[in-house]
Ligand binder design. Sequence first.
Ligand code: MG
Length: 393
Amino acid sequence: MRRVAVLGATGSIGASALDVIARHPDRLQATILAAGRNVDALIALCRQHRPLHALIADPDGYDRLRSGLRDAGLPTQAHAGMEAMDALAGSDACDVVVAAIVGAAGLASTLAAARAGKRIALANKESLVMAGALVMEAARAGGACIVPVDSEHNAIFQCLPPLDGRGGRDHRGLRRLVLTASGGPFRGRSRESLASVTPAQAIAHPRWAMGPKISVDSATLMNKGLEVIEAHHLFGVDAARIDVLVHPQSLVHSLVEFVDGSTLAQLGLPDMRTALAVGLGWPERIESGVSGLDLVAQGGRLDFEPPDTDAFPCLRLAYQALDAGHGAPAALNAANEEAVAAFLGGRTGFLDIAALVESALSTHHSDGSDLDALQRADAAARAHVQQRIRQAA
Ligand code: MG
């Protein structure tokens, strides 16, 4: 029996993970459920999955969580706060951690799980963007096995042969990785036409049902930029050998090209439960609830085109940050999180997201790459973006 902690249980990845877990009561058990601040949704999940521990990141939710669990007659123990989450992620109560918290807030729990040698089904790409070298080193030192559940990286994980029993991939003979991108809701539009788009338009993703932050990232192509950085750390491949290809059907999840001219791809319906089933069951294949791919029923064609980095400069900015190294990716990520939150809150425009990130990157000065330096880069970029937004208001 694999005991699973689902961090970010009330989000879209959390729901997909719990759906897969519930299909395998003989081999998977959700023992820890953690959420940000939605106490009612967390209690509803606890009624359904009966975990040993439930955690709300917002300390103000603790009393309501504890009394709600008691009123429901559940034996689930209540916890609150980010430090308690890190402790649970590294505790004996789980073997597998589904890391599905959105943003840099997921870094500490991912590191805790890595140090404790857990299997990590990693959906929190921002932890790798911010501190990829530290997370991968912690996983090596702790004996953790990282199985990426971001669909593109999960595809690459499936296409590359295994190197060891801990999730490492053998990239001898590898020429390049090709990450596919749907292109988001604004694919094909000019830069000028994007000035007036609304948050509702930006989060209406054509192929994937996802949370608001990642949906906006998909619309700006920042999501793909973050994924280039993520792939660099996960697979140890330089930026020059990671390409991006727009594929609007979102059926080819990524491709791996070898020196002999062979290209392997992983295909499937755009449903996160497939990647989560790989993350939870690997090296075995387990049922995910996702049906097979009927290419004829899906329209009978697969289209590809290069990304438009004039209309969507965030992708270019992410490559720049990866080249600059040290704290630059952390600054990129933090500036983007702040800019996207401001856009979703109606405090800034869509095109401002890239402009704010570029501005934060241009003022970023590296002062090392340990965790403290990365956190300083993160904080400085957030402060810079917030100040720019206040000035503009
Ligand atoms: Mg992805």
